[in-house]
Design a protein around this ligand. Sequence first.
Ligand code: GLN
Length: 483
Amino acid sequence: MAAPWTIRTAYEALAGNKISSRELTEEYLARIKKYDQRIGAFLETYTESALAEADAADQRRKEGMAAELTGIPFAIKDLIMIAGRRCTAGSQALADYRAAYDATVISKLKEAGAVFLGKTSLDEFAMGSSNENTRMSQPKNPWDTMRVPGGSSGGSAAAVAADECVAALGTDTGGSVRQPASFCGVVGLKPTYGSVSRHGVIAMTSSLDQVGPLTKSVYDAALVFNATCGRDSHDSSIAKGVQHIDLAQLEKPIKGMKIGLPEEYFVEGMDAAVKDLIDAGIKKLEELGAEIIHVSLPLTKYALAVYQITATSEVSSNLARYDGMRYGLSVEAEQLLEVYQKSRALGFGSEVKRRIMLGTFALSAGYHDRYYVQAQKLRTMIRQEYADIFKHVDCLVSPTSPSTAFLHGEKFADPLMMYLSDIYTVPANIASICAISVPAGLANGLPAGIQFMAPAFAETRLCHLAHQYEQATDWHTLQPKLG
Ligand code: GLN
């Protein structure tokens, strides 16, 4: 057995002494060296500490203390803090920032014995759908380097797709794990809001952000979720209802499962080749004995507007701290106000500034009730609509994104077009439910994902369906040709 390793195959090989964690880590460091100049997924790699972690993992295994993730090489979106390491959020404002402590997800992975290969590129402060909004390295899609990997967790998705790591962490506020997973042909899980700690994760939109895995299989995503979810004394948003995924359940047939097909997710403007893949996916689910039920979620059409207002409003408040005095790049000036102005003008890129301005407007006196409050009311209604539909169906199915990966530069000048690529992913964040993107095949040679959604804290049900679909198809085994 050799690369590409999944967590599961690597774990079995490690457990059977067929490979050591040091060998596995060396293999991945060599692959990064070989391919990442072309792909640009990593902002920084940690050769020395990764090998030391690998040795510690081998030792732990010898002592009979190994868990599934012990010795598994991970890549981490550069928005998640690893103590002592640079954490840039893809921004000039934090270009020199070194994390003072580990994010809780990192300490949980450390407890499990994971190996950290390095940090991956992202859109600045996770704002974007192409990973072009960064002044650091812009990653390329391993399937076609003329194309974007998606965003904002583009580096993590590209690293998994190019097999430069076994698994990666990203964050998903409006689709940033699932959309790049779809574009790069890998699995991306957005856990239910309140499942995974955000302590030590640089905030974009605190009422929506979730940390989620990018992996080569649904089973792997479930393993990472299980290792990272749950209680954290540093994050009071963790809910009591968080449940570990019951891995044994994933292997059961889905015969009789009721799957809703929301008409609002199959609208004009969707790539015909993507639609064909989703249609084929739905057929596959029927063959597996699932019952497909046509449903309607009429409020879905407001989800993107609600997202835009909520996300920009919270961005304007969350990013106020990068003023050159408290946090972030600091430009010297005579007057305090000038320090603020110059530091922020230089520190932030244009998409971040655009969102800060929109959000400040939406929250300002006289407009607050008209925009922000209105958006929150609608959000509650959308959440209720999804909760109600799950009284009739077990899960929902849809495309992950209306298109496959677009060309670098194709949508960059048109933010509205860019925002539309989140149209199918945003509702799950607004409704605070869980969702996953799984490879559904190639459309004109490029990968596209099928999205499954399940009620809040029903990750077991979600991964059960996703795993059964994945195992009934070969799409997850396709690899980009890297030469
Ligand atoms: N692409 C979306 C945006 O630009 C989602 C970002 C995210 O999930 N972090 O806002």
